[in-house]
Design a protein around this ligand. Structure first.
Ligand code: SDX
Length: 436
């Protein structure tokens, strides 16, 4: 193999430039050039130099990261090198959150301490209930979550000290611990039910179910199958490298704002139907299709661009999303407790048709993480508009890991992309009486 450089000839000037190629862990996945090295390519002294133009960052690495690895061609997902299939089967959400944030699996002592701190930060300030009550009963819980997690920044002014590792750690405990409480309070508010407070005797997922579904019983007892299924679903959502909401977390966090405000921005990004809002959109799509007989008619609408097949397609995965495969298996376990969900049959038939149909095959559209998750959530009794909130709870440790990696990366500074200006050249102001 030759030198690790690019030789670029600018045919406008005949000059050639040698630009170093840098690598990540794998020589054939992640080789890159520093786009700043293109700036030396000019036609004249006054020339600003070349930039890279890459709308939606289709082929731009915004950072170096050691957190998550995805190989979209082979359908591989690993957190800190550990395959998602093994973590889903053998780990727990809090252990995986520890791994994603610290880079290593915890010892028993570390996990116990980690679990203790998160368990004892689940309460929220009573004042938060006052603005929670201010929302309409039918306010979308993601809108409530964006507002309330952002408002948490006003209760913890010390969170601004983002350079202090001990301070960051305290906010990380609080955010992982309080997202389920905010989500559950939003849900109870929508039903007009009293808030159910955290129960520190329960697991992370069990306590979330408790705060959502506790009625008049003295102590809520989560169904172990549902508790385990929810914990695995959280594991599957923990991180996914530089997705839209992680990019929002890094970009907003790069201004050195507190992590609550940055998580509010990431939550807002996740809310969109093209991102985390897709799990809710999938359920609505399956309900709209209504029966297997109506699938061909819906597929026609997709082909004429009247509709997207929600839960299908992915910027990175051009193969089956490994999370979708695991979730489909979890569905079978959940349905042994909740009873079958007729929408699953429609989803499986939709997938079968889509995986054979040339329109989807040529575009390499496969089920993604959102295709089956909503069906499980519905069977577990969650209302459809809370699905993206469940995604946000699972993704919070990932956002915080990305945020912390950005803050401690010497390569990083405030995010401020360039642009290619295509607007008007200089022109003088025209008084209104002279305008036509
Ligand atoms: C998540 O990035 C992440 O990692 C995200 C995520 C995470 O864990 O953080 O994995 C979570 O957001 C999963 C994705 C959830 N969204 C959906 O399910 C919404 C439906 N999917 C599409 O909107 C789309 O597939 C995206 C947004 C997911 C990806 O879009 P891209 O990469 O920009 O691809 P594209 O829009 O350029 O599509 C390429 C072609 C186009 O057709 P042509 O114009 O080339 O003819 O495929 C078509 C698109 O029209 N297409 C679809 C489709 N997705 C893409 N056509 C019908 N239905 C779809 N779902």
């Amino acid at each position: 193999m030759g030198k690790d450089t690019l030789t670029i000839t600018d045919n406008r000037t005949g000059k050639t430039y040698e630009i170093p190629i840098q690598y990540g862990t794998y020589p054939t996945y992640g080789a890159s050039i520093r786009t700043a090295d293109l700036r030396q390519i000019k036609v004249s002294e006054g020339d600003f130099g070349l930039m890279g133009y890459d709308p939606a960052f289709m082929n731009t690495a915004s950072c170096k990261s050691t957190i998550t690895f995805i190989d979209g061609e082979r359908g591989i997902l690993r957190y800190r090198g550990y395959p998602i299939e093994q973590l889903a089967e053998r780990s727990t959400f809090l252990e995986t959150a520890y791994l994603i944030l610290h880079g290593e699996l915890p010892t028993r002592k570390q996990l116990d301490e980690w679990t203790y701190h998160i368990t004892h930060h689940t309460m929220i300030h009573e004042n938060i209930k006052k603005f929670m009550d201010g929302f309409h009963y039918d306010a979308h819980p993601m809108g409530i979550l964006v507002g309330t997690v952002g408002a948490l920044s006003t209760f913890y002014p010390d969170a601004k000290d983002i350079r202090d590792p001990a301070d960051r750690k305290q906010q990380i405990f609080r955010l992982i611990a309080k997202m389920p409480t905010l989500a559950a309070f939003a849900y109870r508010h929508s039903l007009g039910m009293p808030y159910a407070y955290p129960d520190n005797d329960l697991s992370y997922a069990g306590n979330f179910l408790n705060m959502l579904f506790k009625k008049t019983e003295l102590k809520y007892k989560p169904d172990p199958v549902l508790e385990k299924a929810l914990d695995v679903l959280f594991v599957l959502h923990v991180d996914h490298e530089q997705n839209c909401s992680a990019n929002a977390m890094r970009s907003v966090g790069s201004s050195h704002v507190d992590p609550y405000s940055a998580v509010a921005a990431a939550t807002a990004a996740l809310y969109g139907p093209l991102h985390g809002g897709a799990n809710e959109a999938v359920l609505r799509m399956l309900r709209e299709i209504g029966s297997k007989e109506k699938i061909p008619e819906f597929i026609k609408k997709v082909k004429t661009r009247e509709a997207l097949l929600m839960g299908f397609g992915h910027r990175i995965y051009k193969n089956y999303d490994p999370r979708a495969r695991i979730i489909r298996e979890i569905a079978r376990q959940v349905f042994t407790v909740t009873g079958p969900n007729p929408l699953l049959d429609i989803a499986i038939e939709l997938e079968r048709i889509a995986l054979e149909d040339e329109f989807f095959v040529t575009r390499r559209l496969y089920p993604n993480v959102d295709f089956y998750s909503g069906i499980i959530y519905e069977a577990m009794g969650f209302p459809v508009d809370i699905y993206p909130v469940l995604f946000a709870i699972g993704r919070t440790p990932g956002w915080l890991a990305q945020w912390q990696e950005m803050l401690t990366d010497p390569d990083q500074k405030i995010a401020r992309p360039r642009q290619v200006y295509t607007g008007s050249d200089h022109r003088d102001y025209v008084p209104i009486e002279l305008r036509r």
